[in-house]
Write a protein that binds this ligand. Structure first.
Ligand code: 5AD
Ligand code: SF4
Length: 440
């Protein structure tokens, strides 16, 4: 029982992949993963603090763990809430014995030894000290169709609303040799899809000075066996023409770019310290629109940032019209601890934020309805990601990152991670539906 662990993960893909590295590290240290917290000697909780409710959820969940704490179990809180709340977690949940932010995970093996020897308040709290990245050859691959590689950790951008520079530490990139070696290992183990990760993935700076981000992207796309390469999240500030050229010339690089704009108003962008204007952003969009391939573009938006006026909102709405995104993740602004925007004047009431959010979502839904309708009758390559057995349907994804649900004439549904050609027979604002045209 003591060498078993259960891990629960919240938050972004970075966090999901951090958990894969943590699982691999624990397994290498002799721990065995179990699927149920009741069976575990050690319970780990990998947390997120990007928006308000995220950390409330953590404390709520920790409270639920309390019922297990009498049984000699140990608890660890990892990730962004761990880094943000630090030792305060021990006060609120005294049965927790380890608190560590992501910038300290490379010290996990030593922390585990201390935990086993019965130490009670072990911390790995970095506070932007680290220059090192956390790489491990023991990474557990828990996603059956996609292998992640972290190429940039941390963030130095300090957008006024964002907690990440405080929770994930200083920006640091991993050497291109090490990234490519991992990509080759991944391909050798049978994966065909790789996603490169970083809070600012395209601000990658090769410590060996050998490659730009676009060159690394191209090199990963040329690893034998790799059919799809994705990357998230890009910052407009670091988005180069070279990236578009790489996508245009290497078919394995997916024709999808997620480029968070946050607001269509230059005044709000300035207040957010985003370091670009509406026009500057739209210029990057025009590079993608001019590409030979049909690059699908998605974005993140924050509504109700302090001081946002009706005109600012209208600027964001017209930006949606101009860009014609294939997907928009829109969030109500939520003040985060330590961030510069926390004390800003002119905060927007919650109901007003909801109203603004709805205006944008309604507008975007129509755009997507039209965009997705353009695929009707076309045939595209789809990677199988799952099955809906109740409806005998296959759930997959196109290179453009669109969800494609399809049926097949074969009695056995195609395996996860295999590819099929699918003819699109129905379109919706968020997904496509069709039928497989030929078995591979
Ligand atoms: N409030 C609301 N949304 C936020 N995001 C980041 N910080 C905040 C915040 N304080 C959104 C941004 C970012 C996405 C991951 O989460 O849009 O791109
Ligand atoms: Fe959440 Fe941001 Fe941390 Fe990811 S990096 S887990 S989104 S706070």
């Amino acid at each position: 029982m003591s060498k078993t662990f259960y891990i629960e993960t919240f938050g972004c893909q970075m966090n999901a992949h951090d958990s894969e590295k943590v699982i691999g590290t624990l397994e290498h240290e002799g721990y065995q993963r179990v699927e149920n917290e009741d069976d575990a000697g050690l319970i780990l909780y990998n947390t997120c603090s990007i928006r308000d409710k995220a950390e409330q959820k953590v404390f709520h969940r920790l409270n639920e763990y309390k019922r297990l704490s009498g049984e000699g179990k140990k608890f660890a809180v990892l990730g962004c809430v761990a880094q943000q709340e630090g030792e305060k977690i021990f006060d609120r949940a005294p049965y927790v014995s380890l608190v560590s932010g992501s910038a300290s995970y490379r010290n996990l093996p030593q922390m585990l030894v201390r935990l086993e020897s019965g130490e009670k308040r072990i911390t790995g709290l970095d506070d932007r000290q680290t220059e090192e990245t956390f790489d491990t050859e023991f990474t557990a691959r828990t996603n059956p169709h996609r292998a992640y590689i972290t190429i940039v950790e941390g963030c130095d951008k300090f957008c006024a609303y964002c907690v990440v520079p405080y929770t994930r530490g200083k920006e640091r990139s991993r050497g291109s040799d090490s990234v490519l070696a991992e990509a080759r290992r991944i391909a050798d183990s049978g994966f065909t899809e790789i996603q490169l990760l970083g809070q600012n993935v395209n601000s990658y700076r090769d410590p060996s000075g050998r490659m730009t981000f676009a060159e690394l992207l191209a090199a990963v796309g040329q690893v034998p066996g790799i059919r799809r390469v994705r990357f998230t999240t890009s910052h407009p500030r670091d988005f180069t023409r070279e990236i578009v050229q790489a996508i245009d010339s290497i078919p394995s690089l997916c024709d999808h770019v997620h480029l968070p704009v946050q607001s269509g108003s230059t005044a709000v962008l300035r207040a957010m310290a985003r370091e670009y204007t509406r026009e500057w952003y739209l210029e990057r969009i025009s590079w993608m629109k001019a590409a030979k391939r049909d690059i699908s573009i998605t974005t993140d938006i924050i509504v109700g940032f302090p001081g946002e006026t009706d005109q600012d909102l209208e600027d964001t709405a017209t930006l949606l019209d101009e860009v014609q995104y294939d997907g928009v993740f829109a969030f109500k602004y939520s003040p985060r601890p330590n961030t510069p925007s926390i004390g800003m004047a002119d905060s927007i009431p919650e109901e007003e934020k909801s109203r603004r959010l709805q205006i944008l979502l309604d507008r975007q839904r129509e755009i997507q309805r039209r965009n997705y309708a353009k695929h009707l009758g076309t045939t595209m390559e789809v990677m199988v990601e799952g099955h809906n057995s109740a409806r005998a349907q296959v759930i997959g994804r196109s290179s453009q990152n669109k969800t494609v649900n399809f049926t097949t004439a074969q009695p056995i549904l195609p395996a996860v991670a295999s590819y099929r050609s699918v003819r699109i027979t129905q379109t919706f604002p968020n997904s496509l539906a069709g039928e497989a045209v030929a078995a591979e």
